[in-house]
Design a binder for this molecule. Structure first.
Ligand SMILES: [Zn+2]
Length: 454
């Protein structure tokens, strides 16, 4: 490319958003996202958690009739609160009839509470947390203790109506979801993707509500750009006394170039622009040891997903009557909510991530006519005005080089070995927002069993 061509390209790529933001502290920022991030209310999240814990328990198998106590009262209130927060939200119960299995000790009608903010396209960006709670100590009450080695929660005699306030697990993720539903709906921004805000039930019984949802979505061939799941994100004081209100962890399922990992890297980049005071610590694993959350229901169905986890947990409070308001730090929760808001808004404003695979699923990368070039191809993303090609050494995790390549679906880098680098490509929209990076992945070689003769 000549210098003149490069200049022309740079001009073509310069976006209205970039132009509008000039003179601002952050020239890369989209002012609409800055405004949306600033609208996240710490006070409202505090009020919402205060109300959530007042239902005493939100166990999936607790009372559904009472108007003041149990999961029935809680889900009806979440439903109404979604509705109250904006007329633009389409609010519904996502209901599933779950048969008795494992920790679901009787047939139960499970209800996720869902608020949808329709975008220009049906592809979805999810922000989620689970509103159900559990008190494991109740499962170990005298006379109700499980047999040694048995799953305490599969015990049919558990008293599901004992107190399980769940302020942090996962009142924190639930109110983050509810607050972002309000902020996104009231922003007036027209997003390209459809935003889906869900408070899950059945998480404590094995991710039941999210799995029922993701399973149905996959069967209906729904498209998900990203799932931002939040579970235990509202306390800055660990059980060991260590305080960290400046960072949050993100876990994502590999391999290293899965779209879940791409999403994790994306959040770091966006957060650096919009919430520079908060540090994102990426964890190259699905979750903590022996623990899980609803992002796994998405990855299990082939959808990109991550989970946010607070920097230092207090295990003593979790899954007990002690998970109360006293353990919460709403300033910290607000920072985590802002990171979610900025990244989800950027994904939802950007075009879809380019498809870098052919019809048979093969990566569209080759050595070009010379046999020694990097020749990349991808499918056009609707609404894209340009693309950015990324590359890095084949042993590293973070993209260290990139180049904007204009509105093309093919790019050749002469004398660059496709075997020495990992390549990826993102799509850039008219307003400058960029999609996730789709990486060209070399598949694991399929080996045949060697047959021997006697
Ligand atoms: Zn949880």
């Amino acid at each position: 490319m000549t210098t003149a061509q490069r200049l022309l390209l740079a001009l073509l790529i310069a976006s209205p958003a970039t132009t509008m933001a000039q003179g601002a502290a952050r020239p890369d920022a989209d002012p609409r996202i800055e405004k949306l991030v600033a609208a996240v209310s710490e006070r409202r999240m505090r009020d919402l958690v205060t109300k959530l814990v007042s239902f005493d328990t939100r166990s999936t198998l607790s009372d559904t009739v009472s108007t003041t106590r149990g999961i029935g009262a809680a889900r009806r209130w979440i439903f109404e609160e979604f509705k109250r927060s904006s007329p633009r939200l389409q609010v519904s119960f996502d209901t599933h009839r779950i048969a008795q299995q494992g920790r679901i000790t009787r047939d139960v009608e499970l209800r996720n509470v869902m608020a949808v903010l329709p975008g220009r396209s049906p592809r979805r960006v999810y922000i989620t947390g689970h509103y159900d709670t559990v008190n494991l100590r109740a499962a170990a009450q005298p006379g109700r203790a499980p047999a040694p080695g048995a799953d305490a929660q599969a015990n049919r005699d558990i008293d599901y109506d004992v107190d399980a306030p769940g302020a942090n697990d996962d009142g924190s993720g639930t109110v983050l979801t509810m607050e972002l539903a309000r902020v996104f709906a009231e922003s007036g921004i027209e997003f390209d993707a459809t935003l889906v805000f869900i408070a899950w039930a059945g998480e404590e019984q094995g991710l039941i509500g999210s799995m029922a949802h993701a399973q149905a979505l996959a069967a209906a061939k729904g498209i998900v750009e990203a799932n931002f799941n939040n579970d235990i994100v509202g306390s800055s004081v660990g059980g060991n006394g260590i305080i960290d209100g400046e960072s949050v962890k993100i876990y994502s399922l590999g391999p290293e170039d899965s779209m879940s990992r791409s999403l994790a890297r994306y959040i770091v980049r966006v957060a650096a622009t919009y919430v520079p005071s908060h540090r994102i610590r990426l964890m190259a694993r699905e979750d903590r040891f022996g623990r899980g959350s609803d992002h796994s229901s998405f990855t299990a169905n082939g959808y990109p997903a991550v989970v946010f986890r607070e920097a230092n947990e207090n295990y003593r409070r979790q899954h007990s009557a002690d998970d109360t308001m006293e353990g919460m730090d709403f300033t910290y929760l607000t920072q985590n909510a802002r990171v979610n808001a900025a990244s989800a808004a950027a994904v939802a404003l950007a075009p879809s991530a380019p498809n870098v695979n052919g019809e048979r699923g093969q990566a569209l990368i080759a050595r070009g006519a010379s046999g020694y070039d990097a020749s990349l191809q991808w499918g056009a993303s609707p609404g894209a005005v340009g693309y950015r090609v990324y590359w890095r050494d084949a042993w590293t995790n973070d993209w260290d080089r990139s180049q904007v390549v204009g509105n093309v679906t093919r790019f050749v880098m002469p004398n660059v070995s496709i075997d020495d680098y990992v390549f990826g490509v993102s799509a850039i929209g008219a307003d400058g927002n960029e999609s996730l990076v789709s990486a060209y992945v070399s598949p694991v070689r399929r080996m045949m069993e060697v047959k021997l003769f006697r």
